[in-house]
Design a protein around this ligand. Structure first.
Ligand code: CP
Ligand code: NVA
Length: 301
């Protein structure tokens, strides 16, 4: 039987996702109480990183340790993957020795190919197209602060990137309305938007989009791998900063989220991200709890 993978949010059913989010909050409570819970004793997660990371690496590595297991950090700089060993061969070999594999890479096809040849679950820890692990944490955070997100208005401001595509999938599974406000030419995946036109609307005016929002989310203008476009993007994204004027258009009590790392003064103003009510630190911490729920789901069925 082929293993369950987590390459996009759509690898979960709506009910599975909702259950997983509740479990993430339970695991958070267990952890904060200091209770030992080790369902993954002696299990090993291989973590392949072809791009930088702080949150993803620390949360998966700490999560595996807390569960009684172990995590292996594999950089493409130090493994044969970085010297051109085929993904298919690497998948067969690595998955024969560990219990799950987490991959952060560029091309989404790489995680799909790895999963095809892997005998154990594969987790997408960010590709150019999707970042589903971050959505688990974001959705857990919304639920913990404001209850169910069903029927709410979520506004994505900025680049139609990997995070934005994952927000479209979340809107479908958790039944909320997503409005994307981006400059012309920076829209999210066109097929995904067309497929879910009942849930997602794309606008090119951030202030129009933000009106009546329950949650406003943004991300850097230039993602990893787009560093040489930074200057051009700074110009193209003028008018797409989340600041207090934009937040004022949203509903009272609207939350602001950012997957981090953030560039204060570019996609978000310091007063918004550093506001005493900002939930971005909870959002970051929830990467740990949400991914522990994911590991438990994939490995303890
Ligand atoms: N949000 C996020 O994935 O952070 P890292 O790049 O630090 O892992
Ligand atoms: N869109 C960003 C997310 C970083 C967590 C990137 O891909 O670099």
């Amino acid at each position: 039987m082929s293993p369950r993978h987590f390459l996009t949010l759509k690898d979960l059913s709506s009910d599975e996702l909702k259950q997983l989010l509740l479990r993430a909050s339970e695991l958070k409570k267990i952890h904060h109480e200091g209770t030992l819970f080790q369902p993954l004793k002696n299990r090993v997660l291989a973590m392949i990183f072809e791009k930088s990371s702080t949150r993803t690496r620390v949360s998966f590595e700490a999560g595996m340790a807390q569960f009684g297991g172990h995590a292996l950090f594999l950089s493409s700089r130090d493994t044969q993957l970085g010297r051109g060993e085929p993904v298919e061969d690497s998948a067969r070999v690595i998955s024969s020795m560990v219990d799950a594999v987490m991959i952060r890479t560029f091309d989404h096809k790489t995680v799909e190919t790895f999963a095809k040849y892997s005998s154990v679950p594969v987790i997408n820890a960010l590709t150019d197209d999707y970042h589903p692990c971050q959505l688990l944490a974001d959705m857990q955070t919304y639920q913990e602060h404001r209850g169910s997100i069903e029927g709410k208005k979520v506004v994505w401001v900025g680049d139609g990137n990997n995070m934005c595509n994952s927000y479209i999938n979340a809107a479908v599974l958790l039944d909320f309305q997503l409005v994307v406000a981006c400059p012309v030419g920076y829209e999210p995946n066109a097929d995904l938007v067309a497929q879910h036109s009942d849930r997602v609307k794309v606008l090119h005016d951030a202030h129009e989009a933000a009106t009546g929002a329950d949650l406003i989310v943004t991300d850097v203008f230039a993602s990893m791998g787009q560093e040489d476009e930074q200057e051009q993007r700074l110009k193209d994204f003028a008018g797409f900063q989340v600041n207090s004027a934009l937040m004022a258009k949203a509903n009272k009590g609207a939350l602001f989220m950012h997957c981090l790392p953030a560039h204060r003064g570019e996609e978000v103003s310091a007063d918004v991200i550093d506001h005493p009510d900002s939930v971005v630190w909870d959002e970051a911490e929830n990467r740990l709890h949400a991914q522990k729920a994911l590991l438990e789901f994939l490995l303890c069925q």
